[in-house]
Design a binder for this molecule. Structure first.
Ligand code: URA
Length: 206
C-alpha cells in the first residue's frame, strides 16, 4: 500500500494538506497524533525536506517546531534566509516512535515507509516547483536523490537532480543537536549554514 490512493489530483496545497490528514497509506498513522504536512508559501523558491516529524511536531501538527526546528531556525538566520519564505516539509508525514517509559523515542522510518509516503512529497514538489531543494539528512537525501547519496561525501556541493535546478544534501539539524563536544557542534552548524547559504545564494541569482 502507498499514499498514492489518498493523494488527490490537484496541486492546491490546501487541498493536499487536508487530504493528507486521512492518509492510511502505511501503518505509521496508527500511533501518530496527526499528519504533519509541509508548511510555507506556494511561491517559495527554496524547499527544505527533513526526515519525519518529531514528538513536538506530532503534537502541534507543524514541521520543525521542536528542538531540531530551533537549530534549523538558527541556521536559516545565520544563512540570511527568512523561514517565512521557505517551504518546509518531511519525507515521511507521520511520527514514528517507540515508548520508553513515558517518553516517545524517535525511530528512523524504514525504506518501505519512505516509499509509501513519497506521493505526498512528489505532490508538494509539483505544487512548489522549487528553484532550490535541500535534503536535511540521510533519510531525506535518499528519498529525494536515491540510495547512493551520503551526507559525508555529498554535502557542500550542488547535486544533479531533475527535481530542482539547485539541489543539495546537508546535515540534519538533529545531527548538530546530538553533538556534545562544543567544537564538533560548532563545526557541524557551520557546515549546515554554509550549505543553506550556498543554495540560497544560487536561488537569489536566478
Ligand atoms: N526532524 C525532522 O526531520 N522533521 C521535523 O519536522 C522535526 C524534526
Amino acid at each position: 500500500m502507498t499514499s498514492a490512493d489518498f493523494v488527490p489530483d490537484t496541486r492546491s496545497l490546501r487541498t493536499l494538506r487536508q487530504a493528507a490528514r486521512d492518509c492510511r497509506g502505511c501503518p505509521l498513522w496508527e500511533d501518530a497524533t496527526q499528519t504533519v504536512f509541509g508548511e510555507g508559501p506556494r511561491k517559495a523558491r527554496l524547499m527544505l525536506v527533513g526526515e519525519q516529524p518529531g514528538d513536538e511536531e506530532d503534537l502541534e501538527g507543524e514541521p520543525f517546531v521542536g528542538p531540531a526546528g530551533r537549530v534549523l531556525d538558527d541556521a536559516l538566520r545565520a544563512a540570511g534566509i527568512s523561514r517565512g519564505e521557505v517551504y518546509l516539509t518531511n519525507a515521511v508525514k507521520h511520527f514514528k516512535w517507540r515508548a520508553r517509559g513515558r517518553r516517545r523515542l524517535h525511530q528512523t522510518p524504514r525504506a518501505g515507509e519512505i516509499e509509501a509516503c513519497r506521493p505526498w512529497l512528489e505532490a508538494e514538489l509539483e505544487a512548489i516547483k522549487p528553484v532550490g531543494l535541500v535534503a536535511l539528512g540521510a533519510t531525506a537525501g535518499r528519498a529525494l536523490f536515491g540510495p547512493g547519496v551520503r551526507v559525508g561525501q555529498d554535502r557542500g556541493r550542488l547535486l544533479e537532480s531533475p527535481l530542482a535546478p539547485l539541489a543539495a544534501l546537508t546535515l540534519h539539524p538533529s545531527a548538530v543537536l546530538r553533538l556534545h563536544d562544543h567544537n564538533e557542534r560548532e563545526g557541524a552548524m557551520a557546515a549546515l549554514v554554509e550549505d543553506l547559504r550556498m543554495v540560497a545564494v544560487g536561488v537569489a541569482d536566478r
